[in-house]
Ligand binder design. Structure first.
Ligand code: MTE
Ligand code: MO
Length: 229
């Protein structure tokens, strides 16, 4: 317990906001996972395939018919909106941020799931810490270089397994899978993660993305077969 020193202003902690609570919870989970102390026992494959999904061992390609080729030299990731510190990251800036490796399962709404996908990149949480979302930020809108878009609540994005990935299974992400960098949100159907990600905008309200505007669920939870709206 630190007493107030006369003449020195003691900062009062910011009141808990949903954003702060999601940050702290995700960072705690991440720390536990990194320490290995609380690593859960591997679950049997059958329990890892949501209803209506089947396991595949290949990696299908789904896009809008465009596979934009963005050289690393001209690649930029713009992060802004309801944030204190908007940034435009060049490739070198992105690689200079703390890097993580995370292994997760990938569920596409077209009914295939691939297990144990290993992604290298930057935690969404790290990007959020960099730009500092305002307390008004509730949603995140992602845009891809191909004109794609998708949206998520901020809490979903701040989970400790959400990565802006540049590598898959130890290799640079091929263009058809969204390289130079794509978003991975393992707890949602895969359309919620933008390939060729170009812009991340924090918003004080929700906006529907490409598929969300075309009859797909806004929440997209594979575990409740939450496929269509
Ligand atoms: N920019 C962009 N991101 C996208 C898409 C897209 O068409 N463009 N398709 C989405 C869909 S529907 C799925 S299932 C996954 C597919 O990723 P994959 O092609 O690497 O399997 O990317 C998602 N992200
Ligand atoms: Mo998809």
């Amino acid at each position: 317990m630190v007493d107030h020193v006369p003449g020195i202003q003691v900062a009062t902690p910011a009141p808990p906001s949903p954003v702060n609570e999601a940050y702290i919870a995700a960072k705690e989970r991440w720390a536990r996972r990194q320490s290995g102390a609380a690593r859960p026992a591997p679950r049997p494959t059958s329990e890892r395939i949501p209803a209506g999904q089947r396991q595949v061992h290949n990696f299908p390609v789904l896009d809008l018919g465009v596979k934009p080729a963005i050289p690393q030299e001209t690649w930029e990731l713009r992060i802004g909106g309801e944030v204190e510190n908007p940034v435009v990251l060049k490739w070198a800036d992105f690689l200079a941020l703390p890097q993580v490796r995370d292994t997760s399962d990938f569920h596409c709404v077209t009914t295939w799931s691939q297990l144990d996908m290993t992604w290298d990149g930057v935690l969404f949480l790290t990007l959020a810490e960099l730009v500092r979302p305002k307390p008004t930020a509730t949603h995140v809108f992602f845009k891809g270089y191909d004109g794609y878009s998708t949206n998520n609540p901020i809490e979903v994005c701040l989970d400790d397994d959400v990565v802006v990935a540049h590598s898959w299974n130890g290799q640079p992400l091929p263009v058809e899978h969204g390289g130079p960098a794509r978003v991975i949100l393992p707890k949602r159907y895969a359309w919620k993660g933008s390939k060729w990600v170009r812009e991340i905008t924090f918003l004080d309200h929700d906006i529907l993305g490409f598929w969300e505007n075309r009859g797909y669920s806004n929440t997209a939870d594979p575990w409740t077969e939450d496929r269509f709206s």
